[in-house]
Design a protein around this ligand. Structure first.
Ligand SMILES: [Zn+2]
Length: 84
């Protein structure tokens, strides 16, 4: 068996496991990292098969960052009458 076949076997086994799993035990909310250093929305995954069962619709962190950025933009709005 070569690496490609092993990968395919793993993926089909995992798929089968996730499709037949009852997802009885879920993790706590955790940040889903879709790539190193890139966080998505908080998720709950099944502790048995690892499938993502729940995704939070809104992430408080992202909302907070957006607000800070909006505030910063307002603060740095060019003000008229400052030309010398
Ligand atoms: Zn499961």
């Amino acid at each position: 068996m070569n690496v490609e076949e092993l990968r395919e076997k793993f993926e089909s086994d995992l798929k089968h496991m996730q499709e037949t799993c009852l997802h009885k035990k879920l993790s706590k909310w955790m940040d889903y990292m879709w790539a190193p250093g890139h966080f998505g929305l908080p998720v709950k995954v099944c502790l048995h098969c690892g499938k993502i069962i729940k995704t939070k619709k809104s992430a408080p962190l992202i909302t907070k960052v957006t607000k800070v950025m909006q505030n910063a933009r307002n603060e740095f709005k060019p003000t008229r009458g400052l030309k010398e």
